[in-house]
Write a protein that binds this ligand. Structure first.
Ligand code: FAD
Length: 468
């Protein structure tokens, strides 16, 4: 049997669904097939750790045509004063509803438990994982690769260190179940998942001195204050203006990060330790204060081996015990796959365009696909902008966003779509532009952005050609 479709989207996670949702809205009479090897739509959220939440507000996450959450402001806890952030289950329910809504259009098919195998002689080959049958799918327009940035997550990655007999090591997904029988805890990993694991323990009344944190690198985080949409959108504009001010004046990357920290745009847990990791994640000040209570931090590089009474690391070792629970939070998370052209003949490779906005970007690419004919023009409007990994990636990431956004300004239909999209974190800015604090932020941004683009481009060139 040869199935036919206009678009075959490989990957039914946030990117694939956000693309399908906007394409189905914007393009007339297209037939779309989304396939995913998982049991349902939703991507990695289906196997996330039980206490995961979005680190950004729900207000601008998910698919464009369907709200996620109710734009509530949290009153208590780490997120007090800020817009609600969906739990993993809520994100999964959103994507399940998005998949049903797409199916109800009659123009979109969502095939779960189907794996893409590659191109065969009669079309694209897809295996039905329940029956083992291989189907050929003839694609009339494009194959959309929505798994190019598929990350490595705790549930699916293999621990990059050895575990000796007698040592207790669990993936972060198992922390709640394993926790009651542990005397103390060692959190392995530097990123947001490790921070979430520490906060979960502290929230569950584990004293900070029972937690040791093995951090191969120290990380920078955004202050969540600067990512609040809607009524608080002025704070987003303020954050962007601080980026422009720091970018315009930075002599080098070290100097740039000093300025970003001094302005409150970026934070790190230990201000006495150099931080080199930047993954674009964020913390609230309450979370930051909580994490700063953990004083037992091991900085001896990556873990090589966990034994019953010793942890062996790249640059030394530290004691442990068989009663200690070691929690593996070392999965990479976001992938740092290199940039590749988004639009190719017969193919779209979904990637970031505006930095750190995966759902917005997938929807944006769908809008451009529906409303432009020429691939050169499409690529001009959608330039790939890889996820960051280290502080050296910051100049390229921010500069590329500003340059690309500048191109959208002379495209009225595209600017109009961006202005109306709920996935655009700045959507409410026009409603608040008259407020003095917002005016001050816009003025600061406009004063510095041109110099910042030039300066950041130079800092990027002096770093490397890795992502060009
Ligand atoms: C823990 C965590 C929290 C995050 N929180 C936020 C946040 O708060 N805000 C934010 O903006 N971003 C966040 N992100 C980043 C990003 O939004 C999410 O990772 C997003 O869900 C990525 O979606 P995706 O569709 O690109 O990838 P995935 O969710 O990984 O989906 C890719 C899909 O492709 C499928 N697939 C791969 N190969 C094949 C094949 N051969 N055949 C069939 N199917 C295949 C996989 O099964 C998978 O379902 C977070 C990331 C992580 C890891």
């Amino acid at each position: 049997m040869v199935l036919q479709t206009d678009y075959l989207i490989v990957g039914g996670g946030a990117s694939g669904l956000a693309f399908a949702d906007t394409l189905a809205t914007e393009a007339e009479n297209v037939e779309v097939t989304v396939i995913d090897r998982r049991q349902a739509a939703g991507g990695h959220w289906l196997s996330a750790y039980p206490f995961v939440r979005l680190h950004t507000p729900s207000a601008y996450y998910g698919v464009n045509s369907l709200a996620l959450g109710e734009d509530r402001i949290d009153r208590v806890g780490e997120n007090a004063g800020y817009y609600e952030r969906a739990t993993g289950d809520e994100v999964c329910r959103h994507f399940a509803e998005a998949a049903s809504q797409l199916t109800r259009t009659g123009r979109v098919r969502v095939l779960t438990r189907h794996e893409y195998l590659g191109r065969g002689s009669k079309g694209e080959q897809v295996r039905d994982l329940d029956t083992g049958e291989i189907h050929d799918i003839s694609v009339r327009r494009r194959l959309v690769d929505a798994r190019y940035l598929e990350g490595s997550i705790p549930a699916t990655h293999t621990a990059p260190f050895d575990v000796a007999a007698g040592a207790r090591v669990v993936p972060v997904n198992d922390l709640p179940a394993a926790s009651p029988t542990a005397s103390s805890y060692v959190i392995l990993g530097s990123g947001k998942t490790a921070a979430d694991a520490c906060i979960w323990l502290l929230d569950n009344d584990v004293e900070p001195d029972r937690i040791r944190w093995v951090r191969p690198r120290d990380a920078w985080f955004y202050d969540r204050r600067h990512f609040q949409p809607l009524e608080q959108v002025g704070a987003i504009m303020e954050g962007v203006s601080l980026d422009a001010e720091a970018g315009a004046g930075a002599a080098n990357v070290g100097d740039l990060f000093e300025q970003l920290e001094a302005s409150g745009r970026l934070v790190r847990i230990d201000q006495s330790c150099p931080a080199t990791m930047f993954r674009g994640t964020m913390l609230s000040s309450v979370e930051l204060d909580a994490l700063r209570q953990i004083k037992d931090v091991v900085r001896l590089g990556r873990v090589r081996r966990v034994e019953a009474d010793r942890i062996v690391l790249e640059r030394g070792g530290t004691s442990t015990s068989p009663e200690t629970l070691h929690v593996d939070c070392t999965a990479l998370g976001l992938t740092d796959a290199p940039a590749t052209r988004i639009f190719e003949p017969g193919r779209i490779v979904l990637q970031q365009v505006r930095h750190l906005s995966p759902c917005f970007n997938a929807a944006l690419v769908a809008f451009v696909e529906a409303h432009r004919d020429d691939d050169e023009e499409k690529n001009r409007l959608c330039r790939p902008n890889p996820y960051p990994s280290s502080i050296e990636d910051w100049p390229r990431m921010v500069c590329r966003t500003w340059k690309t956004e500048g191109r959208w300004l002379s495209e009225p239909d595209l600017s109009g779509w961006v202005a109306d999209s709920r996935l655009n974190l700045l959507q409410a800015l026009p409603d608040h532009a008259a407020e003095p604090s917002v005016q001050a932020a816009i003025k600061r941004y406009l004063t510095h952005v041109t110099t910042a683009v030039e300066r950041l481009a130079k800092l990027d060139r002096s770093h490397s050609n890795r992502n060009h």
